[in-house]
Unconditional design. Sequence first.
Length: 123
Amino acid sequence: MKKFNITVNGNAYEVEIEEVKAAAPVAAAAPKAAPAAAPAPKAAPAAAAPAAGDNTVTAPMPGKIVKLVASVGQAVNAGDVLLILEAMKMQNEITAPAAGTVKSFAVNAGDSVKPGQTMVVIG
């Protein structure tokens, strides 16, 4: 055991550290047959290409889609909740920027999004 005195933010601490020696190497096991390939992940639905006059709602921050509140074809007003985005352990309501009809969702519940990624198209 080795003892050290450490100062963190003006507070002095006495710590003991135990040196651990590396264990003897273990013989490698015989290689196994390659596992079956995992199924391909489900792709997010393709969003309709925004036409002139359409509003796209993009992710303001990285996070995970918790729930789609609105549905395709639903009429929404400015400020209506479209989906719930969880970021940094907080659930954020993503709202419609303008009135219109939800044309498509480019994400599903459970998907991770990056900042600026298109999530909803409103026409």
